[in-house]
Design a protein around this ligand. Structure first.
Ligand code: FAD
Length: 284
């Protein structure tokens, strides 16, 4: 319950935040919504001598939609996403997934940037971002760079982000066609036993594109290219869906924990993906 002592910083701009990160390296951490970091500090699983609160930093929150391009600032909360009618029209999968994250209080605080930067395979946004083929913007002392969500995750809590970089935004194109975010969990606010993000397009009864990513079934989110490819060119008959599910099962690598043994997780993943595909197809 009691975190170790820390220095608290509240910069007004990115330069101020970056200067603390550069000075203290791994001993400093940015604080976004605090709903992953503070629990870890309270358990003393994270000791952060220098905590940089991003809430006053200009330009880090907000949702902008221009044509097909969607940009969501890192400090935008899960509640902001759920509450944004324009985003719900342009990318309804964002709202569907956000409503399955945590609970109302956490969603008032938890941010997109924190969810994707955290590196916990249990977080739902990373798989969603891979499904959307999103790009993350990172700003560090040497300037700005962009990284594909599909290249960002290396292992549990290990990402392509350098210690001195701040993730400032996620960007993706408005998805077309059908969508679904399906999540199996033990209760409200639980991380997924298995979750699937699916986007697909349909023309004259044939699937013309499909993107599939899975949550909490490996030490990183899993974008299963083969699972998507198994659907393209088919009318999503049972054989095609089975082929996609089998391909996904070849790409995941769940571990046993209190959500169940490996075989149960694979079983749950298969059911949840089938459900997501059928749901997305019905909406396409
Ligand atoms: C009860 C409970 C249930 C939850 N259930 C779910 C769930 O079902 N699904 C789910 O996805 N999440 C869940 N969460 C986590 C929640 O969504 C978190 O808010 C989220 O994981 C982290 O976002 P944050 O803004 O709170 O980040 P913080 O906790 O502030 O930060 C998390 C980590 O990311 C780093 N970080 C944050 N922002 C940036 C940035 N802009 N640039 C670089 N690094 C950054 C921090 O330094 C820290 O290491 C739950 C949390 C709680 C407390």
């Amino acid at each position: 319950m009691i975190p170790a002592a820390f220095e608290y910083y509240r910069p007004k701009d990115l330069a101020g935040a970056l200067s603390v990160l550069v000075e203290h390296g791994d001993d400093a951490r940015v604080l976004a919504g605090g709903h992953s970091l503070i629990p870890m500090m309270k358990l003393r699983m994270a000791e952060v001598p220098h905590l940089i609160d991003l809430q006053d930093v200009e330009g880090l929150s907000g949702i902008s939609i221009e044509g097909d391009s969607i940009r969501i600032g890192a400090m935008t909360t899960q509640h902001d996403i759920i509450d944004n009618a324009q985003l719900a029209l342009a990318a309804p999968i964002m709202r569907e997934a956000s409503l399955q994250i945590a609970d109302p209080q956490v969603r008032y605080m938890g941010t997109v940037g924190g969810n994707v930067a955290n590196g916990d395979p249990g977080n739902d946004m990373p798989g969603l971002m891979q499904c959307l083929d999103a790009t993350f913007t990172l700003v560090g002392p040497d300037g700005q760079r962009k990284v594909a969500a599909r290249d960002f995750y290396e292992a549990a809590y290990m990402t392509d982000r350098e210690d001195e970089e701040i993730l400032t935004a996620v960007e993706f194109n408005a998805p077309k066609g059908g969508y679904a975010y399906e999540k199996q969990k033990r209760k409200i606010g639980d991380y997924a036993t298995a979750a699937a993000a699916v986007l697909l397009t349909k023309e004259n009864g044939t699937c013309t594109s499909a993107s599939i990513a899975m949550t909490n079934l490996s030490d990183t989110p899993v974008h299963s290219e083969k699972a998507g490819a198994a659907l393209v060119g088919t009318s999503l008959d049972d054989a095609a869906i089975k082929a996609a599910v089998d391909a996904m099962l070849g790409d995941i690598d769940p571990t046993q924990d209190n959500r169940g043994p490996i075989e149960f997780k694979r079983h749950a993943a298969a059911i949840i993906l089938r459900r997501a595909i059928e749901n997305a197809w019905a909406r396409a």
